[in-house]
Write a protein that binds this ligand. Structure first.
Ligand code: TYD
Length: 143
């Protein structure tokens, strides 16, 4: 098993395959543990680009590399974890607060992200030192 922060989980998605090929369906209440309020996807990433470099105060996301591959680095404020997303039937749930960086995008990578809230700039934590403070407080609250 790939080690991940407690706020994150890898989920194998059910493939509905037949001799025509494969299909994966995701609905609220099925395959993912939240109601989807937003969908975005990242593609055509320039070679060598890394992106992300932020956390969220309160957001749940579910990332699926529906084509190609990329590497997701997850940081819970104590430790960094890396997972390569390279299968359209593998979803990564990311809770909060988790610092994330995305890198090693293949030229054909399409990274689909489902989120449980609309885009809100005020939910972003873009400063790593701020994130560490927030993560420490969040871990303390849970202890
Ligand atoms: P950005 O947050 O820089 O992407 P990442 O951190 O994942 O590398 O987003 C790029 C631009 O797209 C920025 O202007 C904000 C905008 N954006 C939206 O309008 N809605 C969204 O859901 C997201 C994720 C970004």
């Amino acid at each position: 098993m790939i080690p991940l922060p407690a706020e994150c989980e890898l989920v194998e998605l059910q493939i509905r395959g037949d001799d025509r090929g494969s299909l994966i369906a995701i609905e609220n209440g099925s395959q993912i543990p939240f109601d989807v309020k937003r969908v975005y996807y990242i593609f055509g990433t320039t070679a060598g680009t890394s992106r992300g470099f932020h956390a969220h105060h309160d957001l749940r996301q579910f990332a699926i590399c529906v084509a190609g591959s990329c590497v997701m680095t997850l940081d819970d404020g104590v430790q960094r974890y890396q997972v390569r997303l390279d299968r359209p039937d593998l979803g990564l749930q990311i809770g909060s607060p988790i610092w994330r960086e995305m890198s090693e995008f293949s030229p054909d990578c399409v990274l689909l992200v489902l989120a449980d809230a609309p885009y809100q700039d005020s939910d972003y934590i873009r400063d790593y030192a701020d994130f560490q403070q927030i993560a420490r407080k969040s871990a303390g609250d849970e202890a």
